[in-house]
Write a protein that binds this ligand. Structure first.
Ligand code: NAD
Length: 499
């Protein structure tokens, strides 16, 4: 591992907030309990954080409800809310480097990715949604001469946001920015493995002038703080990103309590398709490698299933292995690192279990397949499998690690059949030189995002979410994200029967 100026950065260089952010103040959990979070790159304790439970969530919901009802945010002048969110965007930019470093220490993600996601994309998201606030209009329905009917959008109220650890602040921003833009009050629960940047966000929001109680951040365990949000009778909706298992719990909690709507962004098993007429360019190879290994494969839209026409297969395999060998795995704080640490030791073991299962099922490891043991952190080599078959466990289950599986097919039709044979529907990449073929595949693939001749999840302007078991009808990002946090009201004004 090479040295960089950032390796010298330590926890002394960042401010670590470990308390919950409730009703405008940093507070310990009412129970006094805490939990310890580790730096995945060293395996050492990083922070001792307030372990919020039902009592703290209740306190946060009360603050959020009071803030929502008093209207200082939910019914303020649109320009006022816009200015406050723009101030928050500016503060996030100002603290970008500090937050990126905090995120990297907390999650094992590379500093390079954290700088892009946390210091660059997150402020942009708040700015983007801020700018929608004073440009959103209601509608007037075509009701004829005897009535005027207005269709207006209102903030849904108090929302619970529960986010995962793989893109900690980014996933929070995907939800928080549109929720705040609509005028909702929020109770945000970060993942227990990666709470630190969300806790700093609470303070920065207050500094930006977002009224007290509008944003509350409750760190804690999923079964405690998360479940308390899911079951709370005074939370009007929950937006969740995470595993299908927990998504199902949240649907259950809602059904057993106040029937709140639940927005779900879940896992995936996304295909990367190289069709017969594709050209095997550097760009294609780079896209394939990024699709599988970006963020150490800890990515819901990772294109782990790489389905390649026989015409290209051997050359593709050779170039993928060559590129995988060149990936730098190691110190997340080194800007030259491509793959940082896995989030926890347990998660690394889980991924290693999938590697064993792949071998047991007959797939062949061309590169990787091992942990990196000369380091106390949770590192894993990128692994390339040859001979992936549709029925194998590694071809069906979400691995969430740095694993790329290659599967050879004899026709584009076969590629499509295999691509759609999954319970998930989050993402797909298609490489072809034929525009008709690109559009045919884009229409045929039951997924929320199809990326043609690139690996991309889109941008803030484009909605992101899953078909099938990858999500619910809700979408993050784009103007579509606003709808999750709003209700539609009809105001019908009768003009009298003689009008
Ligand atoms: P997870 O489901 O284990 O945890 C997500 C969040 O849910 C965490 O905050 C956790 O504390 C909380 N939680 C856990 N148990 C809970 C419970 N009983 N009640 C309420 N909340 C609870 O997921 P993870 O391991 O943090 O993240 C990985 C998963 O997230 C993968 O499946 C990945 O595909 C998915 N993901 C999806 C998207 C997307 O946009 N579709 C994006 C990123 C990650």
């Amino acid at each position: 591992m090479t040295k960089s100026p950032h390796q010298r950065a330590s926890t002394d260089d960042v401010r670590i907030e470990t308390k919950a952010w409730i009703d405008g103040a940093a507070v310990p959990a009412l129970s006094g309990r805490t939990f310890v979070t580790l730096n995945p790159a060293t395996g050492e304790p990083l922070a001792t954080i307030a372990a919020c439970d039902q009592a703290d969530v209740d306190r946060a919901v009360k603050a959020a409800r009071r803030a929502f009802d008093d209207g200082a945010w939910s019914r303020c002048e649109p320009g006022e809310r816009k200015e406050a969110l723009l101030r928050l965007a500016a503060l996030l930019r100002e603290h970008g480097e500090e937050l990126a470093l905090l995120e990297s220490l907390d999650s094992g993600k590379t500093i390079r990715d954290c700088r892009n996601e946390v210091a660059n994309e997150v402020p942009h998201f708040f700015q983007w949604y801020a700018e929608t606030i004073d440009k959103s209009f209601g509608r007037v329905a075509p009701t004829g001469p005897r009535a005027v009917s207005m269709i207006v959008q209102e903030p849904i109220g108090v929302v619970g946001l529960i986010v995962p650890w793989n893109f900690p602040l980014l996933m929070a921003a995907w939800k928080l920015a549109p929720a705040l833009a609509t005028g909702c009050s929020v109770v945000l629960k970060p993942a227990e493995q990666s709470s630190l940047t969300a806790l700093r966000l609470g303070e920065l929001a207050a500094q930006a002038g977002i009224p007290t109680g509008v944003l509350n951040v409750v760190p804690g365990l999923g079964e405690e703080a998360g479940q308390a949000i899911g079951r709370h009778g005074d939370i009007d909706m929950v937006s969740f990103t995470g595993s299908g298992e927990v998504g199902a719990y949240l649907l259950g909690y809602a059904a057993q309590t106040n029937m709140k709507p639940v927005g779900l962004e879940l896992g995936g098993k996304s295909p990367f398709l190289v069709l017969e007429d594709a050209e095997l360019t550097d760009d294609l190879v780079e896209s394939a490698v990024m699709a599988a290994f970006w963020n150490g494969g800890q990515n819901c839209s990772a294109n782990m299933r790489q389905i390649v026409h026989r015409r290209h297969y051997d050359a593709f395999a050779e170039r993928i292995v060559e590129r995988a060998k060149a990936l730098v795995v190691g110190d997340p704080l080194d800007p030259a690192t491509d793959i940082g640490a896995m989030i926890t030791d347990e998660h690394r073991d889980r991924v290693a279990g999938f590697l064993r299962s792949g071998v047991d099922d007959g797939a062949r490891i061309l590169h990787g397949g091992t942990a990196i043991d000369d380091n106390p952190g949770f590192f894993l080599q990128p692994t390339v499998f040859d001979g992936l078959k549709p029925g194998m466990t590694i071809a069906r289950e979400e691995i969430f690690g740095p694993v790329l599986g290659m599967m050879v097919v004899d026709s584009d039709e076969e590629a499509l059949r295999i691509a759609v044979d999954t319970e998930y529907g989050l993402h797909a990449s298609v490489f072809t030189r034929d525009i008709n073929q690109a559009l045919r595949f884009a229409r045929a693939l039951p997924v929320g995002t199809v990326s043609v001749n690139s690996f991309s999840e889109g941008s803030i302007a484009t909605p992101f979410g899953g078909y099938r078991r990858s999500g619910s009808l809700t979408r993050d990002n784009g103007l579509e994200a606003l709808a999750q946090y709003q209700q539609t009201k009809t105001i019908w004004i009768g003009l009298g029967t003689t009008a």
